[in-house]
Design a protein around this ligand. Structure first.
Ligand code: ADP
Ligand code: MG
Length: 391
């Protein structure tokens, strides 16, 4: 089946991946699980037509086109090469970047974003996911730039943070004693989480250590609160800053990289739930439904309608507003289960992904020679946005 993967999958490893659009949508189909295979009567609910086209085989049959459709034969490495590589290259230039994994519980979001991290960043772990590969590549690029620019004074600083949004509350996964953190907005800093722990990292190994620690804290939090981690969103952020001194002028560059593993997109059953459980079901719906609404309104705005975008109605969309219709290059990986037992959830994910394709971001390189120009650019964009809402 490895051979067939090469036939059905078109590699686009160069930056032309981003040529037309700052938002890319990838569908990833996971293999049928052993249980799904052993349950008689269940077939597949999707048929891949090409490396960009997929048909949902329910009634009525519907065809969808995306930037990339990655079938079950596409390896972690291939997916990284097609999406992660270009993302890191963009960050090195100074573009904010964001990757979301969307899909129902069990569709492969965590497998895609993290995969098997027990083996650290060992290249040979085939199941090692996007995040470890992204940071291994990032630090190799930084190393190369430093070597190439030996004559200039070149300095890189990378800081990472890791948080979870659950029940509309933000928990610091690198310092779990910190919960219910607040989102703030500042002209210079943009949107940020107040008091969130930031750890400086100088290698992919450093990043892995934080990832593993954060994942462990996430498990503990879920156990203590007696809930599944599939009900929370996790956001791993790395800020990459560089300073280059050249002929007496200091050039600053920075980029924010967000890697997001969303809560399961399946309909939450609130029937029968009471008290905290009901509140939880409502709030999970809130972050994901606000995400849906934000995307819907952005699409309508790009079609000429004047609408308010309710970024602030949920923690998730407030925190990630730059990644949705703002200053960012964004990749959405919509994960689907091929089994016909999940046919309706798969259809719903495909529809979500199709809408997301119409988001138009306005990414600018975060670079200047004084430090203030970027803040002004952001401010101008913000004002433009506000003016367009007033119209
Ligand atoms: P989610 O995070 O969306 O709930 P997971 O990533 O935990 O889903 O995936 C569910 C199961 O399916 C896991 O056992 C995972 O290893 C497996 N899986 C998901 N995607 C793939 C894939 N592309 N190839 C092989 N196994 C996968
Ligand atoms: Mg998961």
């Amino acid at each position: 089946s490895t051979a067939s993967s090469n036939q059905s999958f078109e590699f686009r490893e160069d930056p032309s991946f981003w040529k037309d659009h700052n938002v890319q949508v990838i569908i990833r189909i996971r293999p049928l699980s052993n249980t799904e295979i052993s349950v008689q009567g269940y077939g597949k609910c999707i048929r891949q037509e090409s490396c960009q086209t997929i048909t949902w085989t329910g009634h009525p049959e519907s065809r969808f086109t995306f930037d990339i459709v990655a079938d079950e034969n596409v390896s972690q490495e291939q997916l990284f090469k097609v999406a992660g590589l270009a993302m890191v290259d963009n960050c090195m230039i100074g573009y904010n970047s964001c990757m979301f994994a969307y899909g129902q519980t069990g569709s492969g979001k965590t497998h895609t974003m993290l995969g098997d991290i027990e083996g650290g960043t060992r290249r040979h772990s085939v199941n090692c996911g996007m995040t470890p590969r992204v940071f291994e590549y990032l630090f190799s690029r930084i190393q190369k730039e430093k070597e190439a620019g030996r004559d200039e004074k070149l300095k890189f600083v990378c800081k990472c943070s890791f948080l979870e949004i659950y029940n509309e509350q933000i928990l610091d996964l690198l310092d779990p004693s910190s919960n219910n953190l607040q989102i703030r907005e500042d002209i210079k800093k943009g949107v940020y989480v107040e008091n969130l722990k930031e750890v400086e990292v100088t290698s992919a190994r450093d990043v892995m250590q934080q990832l593993i620690q954060g994942a462990a804290n996430r498990k503990v939090a879920a156990t203590n609160m007696n809930r599944a981690s599939s009900r929370s969103h996790s956001v791993f952020t790395c800020i990459i800053e560089s300073k280059r001194e050249c002929q007496g002028v200091t050039h600053h560059r920075f980029a924010r990289l967000n890697l997001v593993d969303l809560a399961g997109s399946e309909r939450q059953k609130s029937s029968g739930a009471e008290g905290e459980r009901l509140k939880e079901a409502t709030n999970i719906n809130k972050s994901l439904s606000t995400l849906g609404l934000v995307i819907m309104n952005l699409v309508n705005i790009s079609n000429g309608k004047s609408l308010h975008v309710p970024y602030r109605d949920s923690k998730l969309t407030f925190l990630l507003q730059d990644s949705l219709g703002g200053n960012s290059k964004t990749i959405i990986i919509a994960n689907v289960t091929p089994s016909s037992c999940c046919s309706l959830e798969t259809l719903s994910t495909l529809k979500f992904a199709q809408r997301a394709k119409f988001i138009k971001n306005n990414a600018i390189v975060n670079e200047d020679a004084s430090g203030d120009v970027i803040a002004m650019k952001v401010q101008i964009q913000q004002l433009k946005k506000e003016v367009s809402h007033l119209r």
